[in-house]
Design a protein around this ligand. Structure first.
Ligand code: FAD
Length: 404
């Protein structure tokens, strides 16, 4: 076994690397280096219960502090890694320290995509990625009446739901012609658009952002068609960028993420990468992917840790995600991109239905709305590339479990 494992980044995936190394009885030195001031924590509640004030901060943490009270684990927070010297097997930090590794795990995640429009520096404009971001949003929310959300992806719509439930006026502007267009089909987009409209959110589709306006502090959001929408606060959720610079500067292969194989190894045998920052193969879809999901970060972390400990492990997972908006839970298994047939099971008007996606007759994904059974039971069918007749999928009386 290697003597020292250094983990670059102290996010969700990094926490799981530590947990899995401990589980495999790794007895060398583990050094966790993260630029944020927090121990590894879960980001999903940041746009849901934590933003709503319904979750205490201690429940955000992946593991309690006592979990890391192990002589072998060293944690360096508020420490940014600036470079990797592959020759001497060492990372260098912004503070000028150098730390040697036998195996390095890059778990650097992603950062928000910024919108470089006029007025972007005004007070009252927020992005949402970290605990610190939520604290800043909450402090402004306490004084706000009207919030504009830029981008109708998962995060934007989750924030919209929380703000409506706080009684704020909410406008969402979205450049695409439908909400969550990157991840769900038209049927499911329509359901969520109606859901938000029913809750009083003003959704403006096919609407670009031109500028933010205000005198030091945001007062209006200006759309590409020159409309001015009053706003005390704006939250921008227009996607993320993988943190690949460390890998790239070290000469590792990078595509839309750090390139790894199905054992989470980069093209340097002593450097692994996991989570949001990776460009990795998926054998079920027979292509490379970059995923922004907790499940992927945790599973890649387990894969990397096992391989570091000499237990050969290959990553082969059906991707899955979820989103909570009002009393609706959306669960997505698989990837629907490129589907040729969509099949509804149940009635969207009942707020409990599933939309299955097939490609060449093979089930590739499901969007399950308040339908946990369809979500759970579809995973095995997707993994097995099952061929299922559309009338069978549409029939709520057929248990998918019996088809697996
Ligand atoms: P991260 O958790 O982002 O951790 C990476 C860490 O590395 C960060 O702390 C970063 O600051 C640090 N870092 C980067 N570069 C350096 C460096 N050079 N030196 C030191 N440290 C560095 N996923 C779901 O599946 N379901 C959801 O409902 C969901 N909701 C979400 C809601 C929000 C608001 C957000 C922001 C994300 C959500 N996600 C959700 C996505 C999910 O949180 C991510 O996919 C997951 O956190 C990825 O884990 P990671 O370990 O790859 O990266």
């Amino acid at each position: 076994m290697p003597r020292t494992v250094v983990i670059a980044g102290a996010g969700h995936g990094a926490g799981q690397v530590v947990a899995s190394l401990k589980q495999h009885k790794f007895d060398g030195r583990i050094v966790l280096v993260g630029e944020e001031p927090y121990l590894p924590y879960q980001r999903p509640p940041l746009s849901k219960k934590y933003l709503a004030g319904e979750m205490p901060p201690e429940r955000l943490y992946f593991k309690p502090e006592s979990f890391y009270d192990d002589d072998n684990i060293e944690i360096l927070l508020e420490t940014r890694i600036e470079g990797i010297d592959r020759q001497s097997h060492a990372i260098s930090t912004a503070g000028g320290n150098s730390i040697r590794y036998d195996k390095l795990v890059l778990a650097t995640g992603s950062r928000v995509r910024n919108l470089p429009v006029p007025g972007a520096d005004l007070a009252g404009i927020h992005y949402l990625r970290s605990i610190g971001d939520v604290e800043a949003i909450r402090s402004d929310l306490a004084k706000a009446k009207h919030i504009v959300i830029v981008g109708a992806g998962y995060i934007g719509l989750e924030v919209a739901a929380v703000c409506r439930q706080m009684g704020l006026e909410v406008t969402v502007i979205e450049m695409a012609g439908r909400v969550m267009s990157r991840v769900v089909s038209e049927q499911v987009s329509n359901f969520f658009e109606k859901l938000h409209t029913r809750h009083g959110v003003d959704i403006r589709l096919s609407t670009g952002l031109a500028a933010f306006e205000g005198d030091g502090k945001l007062t209006h959001v200006v759309t590409a068609s020159d409309e001015r929408i009053a706003a005390d606060l704006a939250v921008v959720g227009v996607g993320i960028v993988p943190n690949t610079e460390l890998a790239q500067n070290a000469g590792l292969a990078v595509n839309d993420g750090i390139v790894v194989d199905d054992q989470c190894r980069t093209d340097d045998a002593d450097i692994y990468a996991i989570g949001d920052c990776t460009w990795h193969p998926n054998s079920i879809y027979d292509r490379y992917l970059r995923l922004e999901s907790v499940h992927n970060a945790l599973e890649q972390a387990k894969t990397a840790a096992a391989n570091i400990c000499g237990i050969e492990t290959h990553y082969a997972q059906v991707p899955w995600f979820w989103s909570d908006q009002y009393d609706i839970k959306l669960q997505i298994a698989g990837l629907s991109q490129g589907f040729d047939t969509a099949v509804l099971r149940g009635d969207p008007a009942s707020a409990s239905f599933a939309c299955f996606y097939l490609r060449d007759g093979i089930l590739v994904a499901v969007d399950a709305i308040n339908s946990p059974r369809e979500f759970m039971q579809s995973k095995a069918l997707i993994a097995n590339r099952a061929r299922i007749a559309t009338d069978v999928l549409a029939d709520p009386d057929v248990l998918l479990r019996d088809l697996a």
